[in-house]
Design a binder for this molecule. Sequence first.
Ligand code: HAM
Length: 443
Amino acid sequence: METKFNRVRGTRDILPPESELYRFIEKTAFEVFEKYQFREIRLPTFENTGLFIRSTGETTDIVEKEMYVFTDKKGRNLALRPEGTPGIVRAYLENNLQEKFPINKFCYCGQMFRYERPQEGRYREFYQIGCEYFDNSHPAADTEIILIVKEIYSSLGINGLSFELNSIGCLNCRDKYRAELLKFLHDKKETICEDCRRRVEKNPLRALDCKIDREKFINSNIPTVNNFLCADCLKHFEAVRAYLTDLNIDFKVNPCLVRGLDYYTRTVFEAKTPSSDIVVAGGRYNNLIKQLGGKDTPAVGFALGVERTAELMKLQTWSGIPPVRHTVWRTACRIDKNIIDKPGQILGKLFLVVEPKDNVIRRGISIFNSLHKEKISIAGPYPDKSLKSQMRMADSAGFKYILILGEQEITNNAITLRNMADNTQELISQKDLISTARNIVLK
Ligand code: HAM
């Protein structure tokens, strides 16, 4: 029907029953987040433009071309958020969350805005669901993030999600890489696009996600950052790959993957199905919190696109009529008074501590995964810390039970369970672990 007003280009009305499908995706993702003990932050939809320039990056397409920027009545320079990560970091710092929450794992959901050319799966207003894990620099945390993505998609009934993975190293690795990359780009000067020519000196890495030149560069063997990784970054990347292999997570290393946002360090990843566009993307960003004025705090996270995920569900699993239970938004019922009175309250009872030795960490991650597969919520491990400081962390966070895994436990095919209330501990055999843990969680 003709109306006086129409939707703005690049925006959509999400009508029933599709709106119910969106709600189901959000609910499923938040149930998984909650199990991994992430807490939700609701962010403002607009922020000071400077926040995105500083974090997403001045020379990225998002900031240079795609941000909805405006001046308010008081002359403030504001932007509709193009992504959630900078807002979460700002909120974490501004609200001093590192002091208030013993476990710094946050999730979010909401509209993002980017002035892109609208097409199937690409809109100017779209929904993202994401999570950010702070203060765990160990590759176990990168692995956990990917595990969460996997669990969300398998809970949604989406099959065939595969991951592309790379490491773009730390700033030191990139300094060395930069010289080599600049040499390559200078040689190609005559044939590269306007954007690349302009950005080359400031941020040559962006050439690798240039929408115009990317394919051309890849075909002419552009140098890739993975050949310039320092020993620590290499070790980190090898560990992430080894843990993912242990967990049977399907991934491929793509040396040309750099991601179009400036804050990443080390691990970057994207996930898609054979027939889809990229639905999920994320990575580690160890410098951003410090760059925005906080303490040196490592971080890793991801965001998924709800529109693209909904399309996949329609293709793979959804008949078009949502089951009744999907339309019930249950999470709100979970918020009990205790949590409102004590905002820093942890969500679960169990915490996994591992002796920081390679074989023990690997076994620990596998145990962590098998508990989560059984829908048993458990936090940790933080293998960058000593066994003692992991214990201290769990204790001060208020976990009632700690599972301790060391060489000795592995030899005995067992795990130690420590009851923090009466300081007793017992050795339980691995075969009894799931039932013991389930009893604890249900207590
Ligand atoms: P991103 O790759 O810019 O990463 O976006 C993540 C996901 O949002 C994409 O994979 C896609 O599914 C969806 N998306 C992006 N742009 C659009 C669009 N115009 N229309 C529809 N869907 C879109 C980030 O935003 C990072 N903040 C992810 C992250 C979190 N990294 C670490 N933590």
